[in-house]
Design a protein around this ligand. Structure first.
Ligand SMILES: Cc1cc2nc3c(=O)[nH]c(=O)nc-3n(C[C@H](O)[C@H](O)[C@H](O)COP(=O)(O)O)c2cc1C
Length: 302
């Protein structure tokens, strides 16, 4: 039985997502095991870990130059960095750190502005670019307005135009249904983030719950990333076992960033990667391509 009684906010998607992570158990496999590799191959580049930064923004509230500090930490850990909304100067400073960065642009109503942002990201040498499509509406069903700018949902035709406008891999952040998974494939998108944007809607299905279905639709044609509530190497392992190629960690790096800047970020990534490696070793998962989904068991009647 699920622990609903203990959850005082049963609508809270972040709490539901945590419950789901904790409902997943892992069997152990020891025979023929070896020290695992956590190397990630992504868009022709190699990284030491499948743990990436989330597409955060406004980290000056956490620490001075927070976005740049985060990028330095990711670079030092040889991890993929992501950047959410922010101005041109900030993206230039982020990419100048050498961190291989994926830029996520808001779904602005003004498509020309999106095209200009894509072009600028290209000039900055980012490794991929994309849009967080789940930010089009506010909770009252009107178009969202972010820092004075109106947002809009995007059609399949518009998505195709964004994809066509750049040589970079184009990513959709905020896929949480099989229907959208089919559409992103049709649009020629080169990666998706399975996410509910840290609970942008109540009662959102936990990303890991729907991940196997989405992974079946995607059928290894493009990489699948997951975020929302990843706080440990064990969480990362469960996401990878259920079909993710890599995960993003957002809020869990904010406290280390506040305390220790880029060092804190690097240490947090390394700590979680070591936890992941520990679980991989005990499940006979020799590398990221050899994590058998059947090691995952479920409790609590989910
Ligand atoms: C401070 C903060 C700023 C964020 N800014 C953005 C953003 O600009 N663009 C975006 O796509 N997501 C943004 N997000 C959402 C994250 O990318 C991510 O989807 C979410 O935080 C879930 O991951 P987490 O549970 O590991 O934090 C932001 C999240 C936080 C906490």
């Amino acid at each position: 039985m699920r622990d609903m009684e203990k959850n005082s906010k049963p609508w809270d998607s972040n709490l539901i997502t945590r419950e789901y992570f904790d409902s997943l158990l892992v069997e152990m496999r020891h025979i023929d095991a070896a020290i695992p590799s956590t190397k990630l191959e992504l868009y022709g580049e190699t990284f030491d870990t499948p743990i990436m930064m989330a597409a955060l923004s406004h980290l000056d509230n956490v620490r001075e130059n927070g976005m740049v500090e985060m990028a330095k930490g990711a670079h030092a850990a040889n991890a993929v960095n992501w950047a959410g909304m922010g101005d041109e100067a900030e993206l230039e400073a982020i990419t100048a750190t050498g961190a291989r960065t994926i830029k996520i642009i808001k779904p602005y109503a003004d498509n020309d502005y999106i095209f200009r942002k894509i072009e600028h990201a290209e000039r900055c040498g980012v490794m991929a670019v994309g849009i967080d499509l789940d930010h089009a509406f506010s909770g009252n069903g009107r178009y969202d307005v972010v820092l004075g700018d109106e947002m809009r949902p995007k059609s399949l035709t518009e998505l195709k135009e964004f994809v066509k406008s750049t040589k970079l891999p184009f990513i959709i952040k905020g896929v949480l249904s099989e229907q959208d998974a089919y559409k992103v494939l049709e649009a020629g998108v080169k990666g998706i983030v399975v996410s509910h944007h840290h609970g942008i809607m109540n009662y959102a299905v936990p990303p890991l719950y729907i991940l196997p279905k989405i992974a079946k639709v995607i059928n290894k044609q493009i990489p699948i990333f997951v975020d929302c509530g990843v706080v440990s190497g064990m969480d990362v392992f469960k996401a990878l076992a259920l079909g993710a190629d890599a995960v993003s960690a957002g809020r869990v790096i904010m406290e280390p960033l506040r305390k220790n800047g880029s060092e804190g970020v690097k240490d947090q990534i390394i700590k979680m990667t070591e936890e992941l490696t520990g679980v991989m070793a005990r499940t006979c998962s020799k590398d990221l391509n050899h994590i058998d989904p059947s090691v995952i068991w479920q409790r609590n009647g989910w």
